[in-house]
Design a protein around this ligand. Sequence first.
Ligand SMILES: [Zn+2]
Length: 129
Amino acid sequence: MTHDEAQALFTARHDGELDAVAAADFEDHLSSCASCRAEWQEFERALGEVSGLRVLAPPADFVRRVEKTIDRRSRGRFFGAPEPGAFAFVVGAVVVVLLLAAWLAYEVSREIVIPLPPPAVESPTATNE
Ligand SMILES: [Zn+2]
């Protein structure tokens, strides 16, 4: 295993994603390579510091304040109070679309003509030799 190959495995090794063979190869290289061992220790130390950071919870009214800001800056286009009758309008539009679709399907089904095969009558002029 080269230095580059070993160092490319740092993240996978840290996350425990190496299989047994790859992990053994990795450890073999580290035990015989001082520079990669130093890089690995630095990598682990840096990740340890990052993982010590806390995740901060947002304030309780964060979402409401964001929505209010968006509502104000979009001049009421987004996240405003729902207009009365908006739901009824949507339901009405859906009903109209469904009725149009049903009517269209009915009209199309009336115009479908199943062609019949021509009668298989042996014509006497068809076999002129
Ligand atoms: Zn190395």
